[in-house]
Design a protein. Structure first.
Length: 168
């Protein structure tokens, strides 16, 4: 029998992320996510429904979420469903949550009340960086990132471009 357990959610954090560490030192970040959908009834009335989801992110990614996101921050989460079951006061209890495996920052630094002041983790706009820098526009292949190549191919007329001259 085939099965697939994959979840994609985009919404806003309902509370500040809570970061803990296991006894072995692994980071665990727990946060709530509000995901809304809007529709129009056949009578033309606009409706909205919000689903509140508990999420958990492990490892370094959990530390990044805890460091840069706050209540109200928009986030895209990719993960899987996990069912927690326990017994409390003789009652069997259960909870469905999303164990996030990946995420993306969405929106800008000032949107949704998220992030810290100052520089984010990587490129401008608070997006995660792969660690590589993009070459400057018009730079020759293999040119040092942040500096355009000189000469006719580089389009700088023989002078090196300064970081202040790069439009992004």
């Amino acid at each position: 029998m085939a099965s697939l357990n994959k979840v994609f959610l985009m919404g806003n954090m309902t509370r500040d992320p809570e970061l803990r560490y296991t006894p072995s030192g692994t980071a665990v970040c727990e946060f709530g996510l509000a995901v809304s959908r809007q529709w129009t009834t056949p009578e033309g009335e606009r409706k909205e429904d919000t689903c509140f989801v508990d999420c958990q992110m492990w490892g370094r990614r959990g530390e990044v979420i805890s460091e840069y996101l706050r209540k109200g921050s928009p986030i895209f989460v990719e993960g899987r469903l996990s069912l927690d079951q326990w017994e409390k006061d003789g009652q069997r209890r259960s909870r469905l949550r999303v164990v996030a495996e990946n995420f993306e920052f969405i929106g800008g630094r000032g949107e949704g009340g998220g992030g810290q002041r100052g520089s984010g983790p990587g490129e401008a706009g608070g997006r995660q960086s792969s660690g590589r820098q993009r070459p400057a526009p018009g730079a020759a292949p293999g040119a040092t990132p942040g500096h355009a190549a000189s000469g006719p191919e580089g389009g700088t007329g023989g002078s090196k471009a300064q970081d202040d001259d790069i439009p992004f």
